[in-house]
Ligand binder design. Structure first.
Ligand code: AMP
Ligand code: GLY
Length: 425
């Protein structure tokens, strides 16, 4: 079978890497792909927002499965369009992708189906939003309703900050994505992510992970797309995982079905493990980046039958096995990220750095020109390793990273710190 993977990040490199190990696969295409994938896939300059062009490409290349990596094409309805053309496509419909595309949609679904989440209100009016925030008291969380590339959430420590955030969002800071906002209660606890495939009716639990969103060590500084991640997340004990499935994931599956829009694809549930148990912070409707990188390293089974089962409706028949080991990934980003940074700086010694069989370097913002790897994005490399525990995976990942020659790059040195601390106790 020929497979097309849409996207260009570390997540898509990890998916391509995992898919390439499947005996079911003939050729892999990646649109647009990146500089690290070219040994595994043919990178094609296909724009996923041009749905006609994607359809044409799939027909021409006899694509048997399309895997959509990022959220934007999902929310824009790429899956609906490809399915109408009878092209098998992994991912949710545009309606179901509102679970990520509209925070208000998800909160209302939670309210209707009794899914534990922070108390909230939805607003388009500044005064009403300010009054609600004042009533809740600081700290309070203000969220643009729509997709804002991870920047639409403000944790307001004071009411003044909350009021400013409300004014900014409804004043157009995020354009259409902030035409409406959600004000919600601040949850206290430890965060974790849980992943499960869904076919509309059944789920196939995958694994847990924890990421590091902030740019600075000790989880400080501005938020990024993610500076590193590891799996499994210790806070997700068997009991917490079971409660997450029973109290959050399955009610969502039933709710979406009852609404007439069954969810197919991957649930990426962002959770806060509070005193009361797991509460939903948000859903994403695609794999996390960089969480996908650690999941793919730990997944033993062939991923292709599982992705197809999510489309066809029988994920409950898929058996999936995992490496017992932990995986950890460290993001190398261009100096200046998440602000402005230089492009086209050269990276070398990557082959040497990844020579250990437990280590793999997934590329994100890179391109290959004349055999050289150049950095083209903010997040550039994901140095990923398996180990007996998180501490061991961390040591391996950093020892690989330290062999990479890239003067313009930086990373956090403390990825996995919560798990490492637990493991040393
Ligand atoms: P989101 O984009 O919804 O995942 O939010 C980004 C980050 O903001 C989350 O990963 C949390 O760290 C934090 N956050 C969001 N909502 C809440 C909440 N209600 N209480 C505490 N922290 C939150
Ligand atoms: N790492 C967070 C995300 O993919 O949304």
């Amino acid at each position: 079978m020929n497979i097309l993977v849409i996207g260009s990040g570390g997540r898509e490199h990890a998916l391509v890497w995992k898919i390439s190990q499947s005996p079911l696969v003939k050729s892999i295409f990646s649109a647009p792909g990146n500089g690290g994938m070219s040994d595994l896939a043919t990178c094609v300059p296909l724009d996923s927002s041009n749905q006609d062009a994607v359809v044409k490409f799939c027909i021409e290349k006899d694509i048997g499965l399309v895997v959509v990596g990022p959220e934007v094409p999902l929310v824009a309805g790429l899956v609906d369009r490809l399915e109408r053309e009878n092209i098998t496509t992994f991912g949710p419909s545009a309606y179901a992708a509102q679970l990520e595309g509209s925070k208000g949609f998800t909160k209302d679904l939670c309210a209707k189906y009794n899914i534990p989440t922070a108390a909230y209100g939805r607003f388009t009016d500044t005064h009403a939003a300010r009054d609600f925030a004042s009533e809740k008291g600081a700290p309070v969380v203000i969220k643009a309703d729509g997709l804002a590339a991870g920047k639409g959430v403000i944790i307001a420590e004071t009411l003044e900050q909350a009021h400013d955030a409300i004014d900014d969002i409804l004043g157009g800071q995020f354009g259409e994505a902030g035409a409406e906002l959600v004000v919600e209660e601040f949850l206290v606890g430890e965060e974790a992510s849980f992943f499960a495939l869904c076919d509309g009716d059944n789920i196939l639990p995958l694994a847990t992970a924890q990421d590091h969103k902030q740019v600075g060590e000790g989880d400080t500084g501005p938020n990024t797309g993610g500076m590193g991640a590891y799996s499994p997340a210790a806070v997700m004990t068997d009991e917490m995982t079971k409660r997450t499935i029973d109290e959050i994931i399955l009610p969502t599956v039933r709710g979406m079905k009852e609404e007439g829009h069954p969810f197919k694809g991957v649930f990426f549930a962002g959770l806060m493990i509070t005193e009361k148990g797991p509460e939903l912070i948000e859903y994403n409707v695609r794999f996390g980046d960089p969480e996908c990188q650690v999941l793919m390293m730990r997944m033993k089974s062939d991923i292709v039958p599982a992705l197809i089962a999510s489309v066809k409706g029988d994920v409950d028949k898929v058996e999936m096995t995992w490496h017992e080991q932990a995986a950890l990934t460290v993001v190398m980003a261009a100096k200046g990220y998440p602000g402005s940074y230089n492009k086209n700086t050269e990276i070398s010694n990557l082959d040497q750095a990844a020579s250990d069989e437990n280590t793999y370097i997934f590329h994100a913002g890179t391109k290959k020109t004349d055999g050289k790897i150049l950095a083209t994005g903010g997040r550039v490399l994901n140095v990923t390793a398996l180990g007996e525990n998180v501490t061991n995976a961390k040591d391996r990942a950093y020892s690989a990273l330290d062999q990479i020659d890239w003067q313009q790059g930086f990373c956090r040195r403390d990825i996995g710190w919560r798990a490492v601390k637990r493991e040393s106790e």
